[in-house]
Ligand binder design. Structure first.
Ligand SMILES: Cc1c2[nH]c(c1CCC(=O)O)Cc1[nH]c(c(CCC(=O)O)c1C)Cc1[nH]c(c(CCC(=O)O)c1C)Cc1[nH]c(c(C)c1CCC(=O)O)C2
Length: 354
């Protein structure tokens, strides 16, 4: 395997000194890039793009050809797992993801397939190893998964949801059923992330996109508990290097104290939390990743630069910060504004690392 030429992302996650703040963007490969839209049209639909290792590799590398990013993220989706468990994922034009089957009863739960990593999810591992080879050590590759709670919401609702009606109803009226589903998902996710690490992922992120919809008490019992189980089951060292784990609970800024004790190396933050407050709270337990509001990218390059400077100052001097957006980049962002954002981090951050 080619030697890693740029490791400032992995170093910052482990809170080791770096020359400048590393940066990558959630959803950095996606519809805001005209070249992504072209490759996706060539693939036919979104899942065909995920299942074609060469095309998935091509779109993973597209943002790295434009911008000086410090990490690549596997092009795939969190919903590959429920799909492999037999729910039948599909995307309707102009709508979000949908499932043919839902999980709302014991009987539904017992019908779920225990997916095999080199069979049902082999296409994800092929994409990982293809991307690693093609990256040739340029930057590290991030693997990822959804959290058990986040995946469970899609499986119970049958798609995206605003109010999580069925999943929350299950949480309060059939908690044992929900726990059984979450526990099963945690076991599948452990195998899934370990397979990604074996195939070449050099860091992993758990997207707990809907953890912030839970009450304070429910967050620890129904989301954090299962993410802790996952982290405890992961391969933490591979190819002679630590494999850092990033835990991102969107809307979870009020739970940083318990999240910092989860075993994760870094916590992702959305834009509603102050980086200064978060840093004071977590101390040297974990690194922090984030947290510019993705909507700042609708402003002018000058305004973007001012906001980058403010966020860098808010974190302050020293390592332990990975710059990112507080959530995925929107499809309507001008690629030139993403460029101004990334260049501002590259140019303005070295003074915090002297
Ligand atoms: C909740 C969630 C999903 N998928 C994901 C999450 C967690 C992150 C978050 O909170 O946003 C994670 C994800 N999805 C995708 C990636 C690729 C890697 C990256 O560049 O970050 C990652 C990391 C590609 C994608 N996943 C999807 C697209 C758009 C599909 C297209 O090309 O039309 C992409 C690029 C489809 C998808 N997939 C999902 C939804 C709700 C949708 C439809 C909404 C949308 O279009 O943004 C589920």
């Amino acid at each position: 395997m080619a030697e890693l030429k740029n490791d400032r992302f992995l170093k910052a996650l482990m809170r080791e000194p770096v020359d400048r703040t590393p940066i990558w963007m959630m959803r950095q490969a996606g519809r805001y890039l005209p070249e992504y839209r072209e490759t996706r049209a060539q693939a036919g639909d979104f899942m065909s793009l995920c299942k074609n290792a060469d095309l998935a590799c091509e779109v993973t590398l597209q943002p790295l050809e434009r911008y000086p990013l410090d990490a690549a993220i596997l092009f795939s989706d969190i919903l590959t797992i429920p799909d492999a468990m037999g729910l039948g994922l599909y995307f309707e034009q102009g709508e979000g993801p949908k499932f043919k089957q839902t999980v709302r009863s014991e009987a539904d739960l017992s019908r779920l397939i225990q997916p095999k990593m080199d069979d049902h999810l082999g296409y994800v591992m092929n994409a990982v190893s293809t991307i690693r080879k093609e990256l040739n050590g340029k930057v590290p590759l991030i693997g990822f998964t959804g959290s058990p709670w986040t995946l469970a919401t899609y499986m119970i609702e049958g798609g995206s949801s605003k109010d999580f009606r069925h999943s929350k109803a299950m949480l309060y009226s059939q908690p044992e059923l929900l726990h059984a589903l979450l526990d099963q998902l945690a076991d599948v996710i452990i195998d899934y992330l370990n397979a990604q690490i074996k195939a070449g992922a050099q860091a992993v992120q758990i997207f707990d996109s809907w953890g912030g919809s839970l009450s304070h008490a429910a967050y620890t019992e129904f989301s954090l508990k299962y993410m802790k189980k996952i982290i405890a089951g992961l391969t933490r060292e591979h190819e002679g290097r630590k494999v850092p784990v990033i835990m991102f609970t969107k809307g979870g800024g009020q739970w940083l104290d318990v999240m910092a004790d989860s075993g994760a190396d870094a916590l992702g933050l959305d834009w509603t939390t102050s980086l200064a407050t978060a840093r004071a709270q977590v101390g040297d337990k974990v690194a922090l990743q984030g947290n510019m509001d993705p909507c700042v990218l609708y402003a002018s390059p000058d305004k973007i630069r001012i906001e980058v400077d403010r966020i860098l100052a808010e974190y302050g001097a020293g390592t332990g910060h990975v710059f990112n957006l507080g959530h995925g980049i929107h499809q309507f962002v001008d690629p030139a504004h993403a460029q101004a954002f990334i260049e501002a981090v590259v140019e303005l951050s070295p003074k915090y690392h002297r």
